[in-house]
Design a protein around this ligand. Structure first.
Ligand code: KG4
Ligand code: ZN
Length: 341
């Protein structure tokens, strides 16, 4: 079946067409209009600007996605759209556009959860991957350990109590004067820095939960940099990046190792923008080899926000037969109520 999917929860507007079946999810097009250069001027995503940029991009990328896929709108079997969680104004652009397109053309519409979408990015390149498994979703807005019971049934078993990992990467990058978003550049700098140059506080909460806290780590580093500056000391950025990244990798590895032991599951899946981090990929590969766990991660193109991952999740959600009606809304945090067709 042909699925046309939209993603507009943060600062990427994306429209994708996939040809999905139980055997494979073939991505025919996955157009992404990134707003990074606009938000870079402000050092972070400005919600109002994001909403306006989605409005400007969404119509043209839809026709670009259909053109590239070589199909017309009348051939689309299902339309899918992210409706939570995310920036409310940004989500509403995708939701209203998808609703108009679906109802004007009499095509069923499915509302997709963004987190499930990130996990589903893995089904595109790894058709052999099947639930149950443990997923680690880390992006600019989310950091969660999830027990994926089935394609449509997920359970959060650990989460950050404050900052997401991507947010911590971006904020530390910002204080070091790196361009927004800092995650990618921090990754590069960490490769050339000395990770043993300083010891920073762990982001893994020292209790019996699978929860994280990254705001203490972030504040510690901000103070560390300020104190050094007051003393007139110059700390090489690459050393901060390396020691910070090592702390993040150790924190994540320890809680994921515990999650694997507790669930007894032998498959781990990485997802979200931060899963592009080369050091985290290496650390989790090593941990999984040691524990005899199979690790899946998306290629870099499918780590960040994109429409194809929303289409991949919609393929599975479609089997529940729960379609959205004209009153479909967007939710910054809540999951939407759906109606039977
Ligand atoms: O999933 P995503 O595209 O958007 C959200 O849903 O938030 O994730 C974006 C986040 C940003 O914080 C960005 O800095 C981070 O992913 N990121 C990275 C890397 N590439 C992107 N963080 C660490 N290392 C990277 N290589
Ligand atoms: Zn995301």
């Amino acid at each position: 079946m042909y699925i046309l999917a939209f993603e507009s929860s943060c600062d990427e507007t994306s429209a994708a067409v996939v040809d999905a079946s139980d055997e494979s999810i073939k991505v025919l097009s996955n157009i992404i209009a990134s707003q990074i250069s606009v938000h870079a001027l402000y050092g972070g995503v400005v919600p109002e600007i994001a909403s306006r940029a989605h409005v400007e991009a969404i119509s043209s990328i839809t026709y670009e996605a259909l053109d590239k896929a070589g199909i017309s709108l009348s051939e689309v079997d299902l339309i899918a759209v992210t409706n939570s969680p995310g920036l409310i104004g940004a989500l509403l652009v995708g939701v209203n556009f998808a609703k108009a397109l679906a109802f004007a053309n009499n095509i069923p519409l499915i509302a997709v959860d963004h987190i499930k979408g990130h996990i589903a990015a893995n089904y595109i390149e790894h058709p052999e991957l099947k639930p149950p498994f443990v997923a680690f979703v880390a992006s600019g807005g989310h950091t969660s350990i999830i027990r994926v019971n089935d394609y449509t049934d997920i359970e959060t078993i650990g989460r950050t109590r404050d900052d997401a990992i991507g947010e911590a990467f971006d904020k530390v990058g910002r204080i070091m004067g790196l361009p927004y978003p800092g995650g990618k550049e921090m990754d590069r700098l960490a490769s050339i820095g000395d990770k043993s140059f300083a010891k920073f506080p762990s982001g893994a909460i020292n209790d019996d939960t699978l929860d994280f806290s990254f705001s203490g780590l972030k504040t510690h580093i901000v103070n560390f940099i300020h104190n050094a500056a007051q003393k007139g000391e110059e700390i090489p950025k690459e050393n901060i990046a390396a020691a910070f990244t090592k702390t993040v990798c150790d924190s994540v590895t320890s809680k994921l190792s515990e999650a694997i032991d507790r669930t007894g599951l032998k498959t781990l899946v990485m997802a979200g923008g931060v899963s592009a981090n080369s050091h985290l990929r290496k650390a989790l590969t090593k941990m999984c080899e040691k524990k005899g766990v199979k690790l899946y991660m998306p290629s870099l193109a499918y780590c960040g926000d994109n429409g194809a991952m929303i289409a991949a999740q919609a393929y599975h959600d479609n089997k529940l037969g729960e379609y959205a009606s004209t009153d479909l809304n967007a939710y910054a945090t809540k999951v939407t109520k759906r109606i039977k067709k």
